[in-house]
Design a binder for this molecule. Structure first.
Ligand code: C2O
Ligand code: CU
Ligand code: CU
Length: 452
């Protein structure tokens, strides 16, 4: 199938209607989905840094919803906390400034206990913020810049999407057997033999994508969650867990017309130990196929339609980044993530809508240590701030190249402790920190913190 390219819209006077719909998600398969407009992923909101967002959410689902702007740092009433969820027929008006560096952010529902199915069925959309700094680098743009939502989904015997988590799915998260990009099954996009900028969001319910190219060519990483890095770095692959974003340059300039290269999720050892390593076979059950975490998966195909002659120029330095140092932190807090017996907890507790779990003084700089006591990966996400990853102990034992720069989500594998540092100086109010594995989040692996 062809890659679905969502409409690009302005954040000013935007109406987003969440509603059930039917879409062609695979060749000749029309499936029930949920949509923000009419496609299998939401329209891409494109904004300039500092631009005002005035967005009206209309809920035409048959259950409550609320939109959250993941990675943006609005005032609390615009942040999409689950206590603001509106019922069927309800609306919610957002009015805030998109005061962020150029980067790839995204939006998705955040109603308590229903984030997973709503996001899975199609309520995920991208937000691209641009600024002058980035424009000056003259990165590939227009047709040569492609924004991609990576997910994995299960389909029933007639090819339609199913979401039917049982038993183990509630522990590990809902892993599926087929990759979807921008809401359609493993699509193809026609390209020139040229340099491309690929901006990728990991949005599977529980899937970690180890993104690499089928021809073994390196990727050039230029940005992470909160925008550009200081310098470009060449890598054989990058890992993207749910909620994380990477900004990549991919050089297709040597390829002949008619040739293809695949973006793939490469094999890695199961983070939970045991089986499930390497090239997994899809297990086809009644409820659709699944592949274990770490299994190889073809994600999408780039087919070279035209050869062009151009000098490919990779920028060496990108943008200066100030570095926060642990010595500037006023306080350190520890959060232990645990999963056992059908529950997912932070410091032994599961989410309660009105309980304030942490109080942070406005303006404070703090180190938050995330510790994984469980057998499962937990991509940890903070609202209200961007953080820097200071260090990782245990497990992979270091800060990875795609974890440099400003982040809002960081992957915590079993046995790891990851320390992040942030300054809580945007707005006062009640915000969330949670695991972004969508089943874990729905089951309450989330806390409220009050910036006061
Ligand atoms: Cu992607 Cu609490 O959000
Ligand atoms: Cu968020
Ligand atoms: Cu988790």
């Amino acid at each position: 199938m062809h890659l679905y390219r969502p409409a690009v819209v302005s954040p000013e006077d935007l109406v987003l209607t969440a509603r059930p719909a039917i879409a062609e998600i695979a060749p000749e398969v029309n499936s029930p989905i949920l949509t923000w407009s009419d496609g299998p992923v939401g329209p891409t909101i494109e904004a300039h840094s500092g631009q005002r967002a005035r967005i009206l959410l209309r809920n035409e689902l048959n259950e409550p919803t609320i939109a959250h702007w993941h990675g943006l740092r609005p005032p609390e009433e615009a942040d999409g906390h689950p206590r603001f969820a509106v019922g069927t027929g309800g609306t919610y008006a957002y009015d805030f400034l998109i005061d962020e560096r150029a980067g790839l952010y995204w939006y998705h529902p955040h109603p308590h206990m229903r984030t997973a199915p709503q996001t899975y069925f199609g309520l995920a959309g991208l937000i691209i913020v641009r600024d002058d700094n980035e424009a000056a680098l003259a990165l590939p743009s227009g047709e040569r810049e492609i924004a991609l939502v990576f997910q994995d989904k299960r389909r029933d015997a007639s090819g339609r999407l199913v979401y039917n988590p049982v038993g183990h799915d509630m522990m590990e998260g809902f892993l599926s057997g087929e990759a979807f990009v921008n809401g359609v099954l493993s699509p193809t996009v026609e390209v020139d033999s040229a340099l491309y900028r690929l901006r990728i969001l990991g949005a599977g319910n529980a899937r970690i994508f180890r993104i690499g190219l089928s021809n073994g060519a390196p990727l050039v990483l230029i940005g992470s969650d909160g925008g550009l890095l200081e310098e470009a770095v060449e890598l054989p692959y990058v890992d993207v867990a749910t909620g994380e974003r990477v900004d990549l340059l991919v050089d297709l300039s040597g390829l002949a017309a008619g040739s293809s290269v695949f973006l793939r999720s490469l094999a890695f050892p199961s983070p939970s130990g045991g089986m499930g390593m390497g090239r997994g076979r899809g297990m086809m059950g009644m409820g659709g196929s699944t592949l274990p975490q770490g299994a190889t998966m073809d994600v999408m195909e780039f087919r070279v339609a035209d050869t062009v002659r151009e000098d490919v120029r990779l920028p060496a330095t990108l943008t200066p980044l100030p570095r926060l140092s642990a010595s500037s932190a006023e306080r350190r807090r520890i959060f232990r993530f645990d999963s056992m017996m059908m529950s997912h907890t932070i410091n032994g507790r599961s989410f309660e809508m009105d309980r304030i779990d942490e109080r942070v003084p406005f303006g404070a700089t703090e180190v938050w240590s995330f510790v994984n006591d469980s057998r499962f990966p937990h991509p940890v996400h903070m609202h209200a701030v961007h953080f820097q990853v200071l260090e990782r102990r245990g497990g992979r034992g270091r800060v990875l190249p795609w974890e440099r720069g400003w982040k809002d989500t960081v992957l915590l594998l079993p046995g790891e402790q990851v320390d992040v540092i942030a300054t809580f100086d945007r707005f006062r109010g009640l915000y969330l920190m949670h695991c972004h594995n969508l089943e874990h989040e729905d089951m309450g692996m989330m806390i409220n913190f009050l910036i006061e």
